[in-house]
Design a protein around this ligand. Structure first.
Ligand SMILES: NC(=O)C1=CN([C@@H]2O[C@H](COP(=O)(O)OP(=O)(O)OC[C@H]3O[C@@H](n4cnc5c(N)ncnc54)[C@H](O)[C@@H]3O)[C@@H](O)[C@H]2O)[C@@H](O)CC1
Ligand SMILES: Nc1ncnc2c1ncn2[C@@H]1O[C@H](COP(=O)(O)OP(=O)(O)O)[C@@H](O)[C@H]1O
Ligand SMILES: [K+]
Length: 494
């Protein structure tokens, strides 16, 4: 393991607890010392981000997260800052109780919290209410406190996890603290990076608390954070036959745009050739808009079969519809036993008519499609995206991308990668069609399903960020991503 390799690993809450236990039992570092180190690291973080801050309020919960808060408040006072503490409940457990006493012995006052309390004007709020121990939605009185904190408009530093966020799943079962910065201790908790959590964590800073690298050896996480990379430059002697031939299938009446975006993304994703199998009425528009696409009039399965021998990868689903035409093409495509990306109606048809897919296959559901495939509702998907993506990959023996903020990629053996890029400007029609084309292009260029899915998701999300950096998030449209995608694919932008 290279130095700090664990920084790319994401851990479940149980795994974080096991790491804590290892530090205490095998390295002989008492839990209270870990708490002291966490508090010290948090104070450094606070001063880095808000060097002018003089007045702080620290909100301490009943467990060890609250303990971190009491010790941070004590250190802040020693450093000459004004630190007021509010504790909605009594402390539980030896370390948290000791931390509270240490703060009080140093002259600090612990204010109780009730609705009549007026919060002081501060430069920074510190959230030490709940960390990895959160078990359910915040109680009504704590949720009211959180709303009052937000109403002040002052920035918030969250210790370990923004209170109310489930650090395991990224779900927020009720209300949660909206942090500007989250300083997280010992290991990155996987839930901070996906689902609704990215809307609460702000900037995440990992503090290893001076623990030796041996702690993480043989204690791998549950998932990995994607790292930026791209394909090596093409060999000089390449010709179009070396770079695969993507056949994109879809575009029923009225949905020509979806299949055009998919085809265009496959071109910009570097496929050697891209054909589109679609309705006759779309051919003229497709050819004139993007002459590099080879558009074919496919009125049924036989016309599609004629195209299959020249294709190396299929992209099935954008705008396909679920009518007789789409269904017949879908069946023919699945029977072709070619590497494929299955998206949109390709997935909706699969939900209605479950089948084993040929390998390699990549499925790219958004949470609505994932819910149809698993026969549940989208809330169930959101409650544990890691479980959902793993179950889909296992059930269909495919690499599965669960889209949305913090997209997840899983393989059938349970490996999961999390995408830290992307932005809400991408929540607009057509973005998913691009992803399908990009992943298909990467498969066509020789990537295996895992590489194509993870690289495709990362290039797509980073292209979205680059496009948003230049023009802003609102009003971003799918085709804005094509030029940045090309730059990223060629390693021209980081
Ligand atoms: N012991 C250790 O190894 C370390 C722990 N650290 C801190 O300790 C935290 C974990 O501490 P804990 O395990 O005590 O957990 P928390 O402090 O997150 O909360 C646990 C307490 O809150 C209660 N609780 C949970 N959810 C609730 C809810 N919705 N409403 C009301 N009560 C609720 C639990 O019954 C328990 O009493 C970490 O997040 C981190 O901040 C750090 O000090 C670093 C080292
Ligand atoms: N808030 C967000 N943060 C990051 N990525 C997002 C966000 N919203 C959408 N995306 C990305 O944009 C794409 C949208 O795909 P999808 O929902 O299939 O749209 P469509 O079907 O309209 O093309 C997905 O890759 C998704 O991960
Ligand atoms: K917290």
């Amino acid at each position: 393991m290279t130095a700090h390799a664990h920084r790319h690993e994401l851990y479940t809450v149980d795994q974080v607890r096991a790491l804590d236990r290892r530090a205490i039992e095998q390295l002989g570092i008492p839990g209270y010392e870990l708490m002291q180190r966490a508090a010290a690291a948090a104070l450094v973080c606070l001063r880095q981000h808000w060097p002018q801050a003089r007045r702080t309020a620290v909100y301490c919960g009943p467990g060890n997260n609250g303990g971190d808060g009491f010790l941070l408040a004590a250190l802040a006072r020693e450093a000459g800052l004004h630190a007021e503490v509010f504790a909605p409940a009594e402390s539980r457990g030896d370390d948290a109780t000791r931390a509270r006493r240490e703060f009080e012995h140093g002259g600090g006052i612990v204010n109780a919290w009730n609705d009549a309390v007026v919060l002081p004007a501060v430069d920074v709020h510190v959230d030490a209410l709940y960390g990895t121990g959160l078990q359910r939605a915040l109680a009504a009185d704590v949720a009211a406190l959180v709303r009052r904190i937000h109403a002040t408009g002052a920035p918030v530093l969250a210790l370990d996890v923004p209170s109310g966020v489930n650090a395991d799943t990224g779900d927020v079962p009720g209300e949660a603290v909206q942090a500007d910065v989250t300083v997280t201790f010992i290991a990155s908790k996987r839930g901070l990076y996906t689902g609704v959590a990215p809307g609460y964590v702000g900037a995440v800073q990992l503090e290893s608390l001076g623990l030796p690298e041996t702690l993480w050896q043989n204690a791998h996480g549950d998932a990995e954070l994607m790292q930026p990379w791209t394909l090596p430059p093409r060999p000089r002697q390449s010709h179009k036959g070396n770079n695969g031939h993507v056949l994109a299938i879809g575009g029923d009446h009225g949905t020509a745009g979806a299949i055009r975006l998919c085809g265009e993304a496959a071109l910009r994703g570097g496929a050697g050739l891209v054909s589109v199998a679609t309705r006759a009425e779309h051919l003229i528009a497709l050819n004139s808009a993007r002459p590099e696409l080879m558009a074919h009039d496919v009125n049924g399965p036989q016309a599609l079969e004629a195209l299959l021998p020249r294709a190396t990868v299929l992209a099935v689903g954008p705008g396909l519809g679920q009518g007789a035409w789409g269904h017949a093409l879908w069946l023919t495509a699945l029977d072709a036993h070619l590497p494929m990306v299955l998206d949109a109606d390709g997935l909706n048809l699969l939900a209605q008519e479950p089948r084993q897919l040929s390998v390699p296959a990549v499925m790219t559901p958004h949470p609505g499609e994932a819910a149809r495939l698993l026969g549940c509702d989208t809330a169930t998907i959101g409650a544990d995206r890691f479980a959902a993506v793993r179950e889909l990959a296992r059930r269909y023996q495919a690499v599965v991308v669960l889209k949305g903020a913090g997209s997840l990629v899983a393989d059938p053996e349970g490996r999961v990668a999390v995408c830290p890029w992307g932005n809400p400007g991408m929540a607009t029609g057509g973005m998913g069609d691009l992803l399908t084309g990009i992943v298909a292009a990467l498969l066509a260029q020789g990537c295996d399903a895992w590489q194509a899915a993870t690289l495709g998701v990362s290039l797509h999300a980073r292209a979205g960020d680059l496009a948003a950096r230049h023009g802003g998030e609102r009003g971003l449209i799918a085709t804005d991503l094509l030029e940045p995608l090309r730059l990223l694919l060629n390693g021209r932008e980081s």
